[in-house]
Design a protein around this ligand. Structure first.
Ligand code: ADP
Ligand code: ASP
Ligand code: MG
Length: 464
């Protein structure tokens, strides 16, 4: 069972989490718990790391105090037994003192490397796991908290978005976690964080706790991985954008992966990989509405719905880059050169579209990488008779319409684009993967929500 940030945002919520775990344990299930940081804490750690880099010592002091108060308030509400409460308070206090030292160190050198940033980011989950563990002990469930590193998750050193080394991770997780439920101990593992083979702390990318959960699920060959969150499951659109969004009770791995990659935040984009291989189902469920069965993700394709489009998503925080120039026309390897360059700079390209004229290529990347991408492209390409212009737009978003039945269905694209055009929304770029599982396009971010609603209406996704 993985619990996201909102599920453990407050002490009251954490008690709810603990009682959900208790219920399953009392029914005789062996449960492994994976937790995220308290809601918003990872963002705050990001900010604190930046402030430390700018040598803002006062900010760090205030931040430390804020973290301490927030976590202590959660502990007070989550744990009634005073002995357990004091122990957890002590543990969290020590972790926060270590965090302060790390931030102070960054402050002194005025430099924030990807490595030290990951170290700072790891503290959110390091603090939340002991609290959930204490809340379980409070309910007389024997429990132990472990960091991702202690649990055995080993990654490469791609800080910020590290890749698990699959075989060693599987082996270590099985060795270290599997015996615990057999000893009637419920492990609580901090999600999102891991370590390299040398023990240097890494993170699995934003939303990475889902990934931690499925890695453990695969290693232990569990019956199901339950991802508990704050909505009923995966829906036809983000319920925060479309109020009539409908719950999708069943999705295939492929459909769910497509949705996760395309921003249905309900899940980390790579989280399905470990369990898909082992054919272990995942279920997305609502902590605040546990009666609902949520969305089941499995290899089965039971949907009877014939409509091509099943869901629509909006991906924010992206940027569009256009590289153009006559020198690219008919020049073998010109696209490869651009993609290779971005790849070498650690920039993942989310979407590509190139005109048949070959004089232009458009790419979508994460917005925070735009500066790095532009300088790499300009240094390497301009003035070399290859590309004559590199331009960028950073006020855009990607809209993706998805569904397995889109494959081979005629006219889906025209319906999507006509609907969007009727709303007088200008489309900046279009891409359809040859999997035909999704059609994605780029619009101004201010038009994004309207485009999502228009497509949701056109395909009557609220009437499923
Ligand atoms: P957690 O903290 O539990 O990991 P996330 O914030 O990562 O939760 O993901 C849950 C959120 O994803 C929901 O609150 C919802 O607003 C958003 N979301 C976006 N698209 C969808 C979708 N298609 N279905 C369900 N939720 C979605
Ligand atoms: N706390 C991390 C984040 O905010 C990981 C997660 O929530 O899954 O991205
Ligand atoms: Mg998440």
């Amino acid at each position: 069972m993985k619990f996201g940030g909102t599920s453990v945002a407050t002490g009251e919520n954490t008690r709810k989490v603990a009682s959900l775990v208790e219920e399953s344990v009392k029914q005789g299930c062996s449960v492994v718990v994976v937790v995220s940081a308290l809601d918003g804490v990872t963002d705050e750690l990001f900010e604190a790391a930046e402030q430390a880099r700018k040598e803002k010592q006062e900010y760090i002091q205030a931040f430390k105090q804020r973290m301490f108060e927030r976590h202590c308030a959660a502990i007070t509400k989550a744990i009634k037994n005073s002995t357990i409460r004091k122990e957890v308070e002590q543990t969290v206090r020590k972790i926060i003192e270590e965090l302060e030292k790390v931030l102070t160190g960054i402050c002194y050198v005025g430099e924030l490397t990807p490595k030290s940033k990951d170290y700072v980011l790891s503290f959110g989950e390091r603090m939340s796991a002991p609290i959930v563990c204490g809340a379980l002990q409070d309910l007389k469930i024997e429990s132990r908290s472990l960091t991702g590193k202690a649990a055995g998750i080993v990654t490469d050193s791609n800080f910020g978005d590290a890749n698990p080394l699959f075989n060693v991770t599987m082996h270590q997780l099985k060795e270290r976690i599997e015996p615990l439920p057999e000893e009637k101990v419920t492990p609580v593992v901090s999600g999102y964080i891991a370590a390299t083979q040398d023990g240097v702390v890494t993170t699995l990318g934003r939303g990475g706790s889902d990934y931690t959960a499925t890695l453990i699920g695969a290693a232990l060959s569990v019956d199901e991985v339950w991802i508990w969150t704050d909505v009923d499951g995966i829906m036809t659109a983000d319920p925060k954008i479309v109020s009539s969004a409908h719950l999708l009770p069943q999705l295939s791995y492929q459909e769910a992966a497509e949705m996760a990659i395309f921003g249905a935040k309900a899940m980390h984009p790579r989280a399905l990989e470990p369990i898909m291989k082992a054919d272990i189902p995942a279920r997305i469920r609502n902590v605040f509405n546990p009666k609902n069965h949520g969305t089941l993700i499995s290899s089965e394709q039971t949907s009877t719905r014939q409509d091509a489009v099943k869901a629509v998503a909006m991906i924010k925080d992206v940027a569009l880059i256009n590289v153009s120039g006559g020198g690219m026309v008919g020049a073998p390897g010109s696209y490869a050169r651009i993609l290779d360059l971005l790849g070498k700079n650690g920039i993942n390209v989310m979407m590509i579209s190139a005109a048949a004229s070959e004089a232009n290529i458009s790419l979508v990347i994460r917005r925070n990488l735009l500066g790095r991408a532009l300088s790499a492209l300009e240094i390497a390409l301009l003035g070399k008779g290859f590309a004559s212009e590199v331009t960028a737009e950073d006020d855009v978003c990607v809209i993706a319409a998805m569904g397995a039945n889109m494959k081979g269905t005629l006219g889906v694209a025209s319906r999507i684009f006509t609907t969007v055009a009727r709303k007088k929304i200008n489309i900046r770029m279009i891409a359809q993967g040859s999997s035909e599982l999704n059609i994605s396009f780029v619009v101004k971010e201010t038009d994004g929500e309207a485009a999502v609603r228009a497509i949701h209406d056109e395909f009557k996704l609220d009437k499923m």
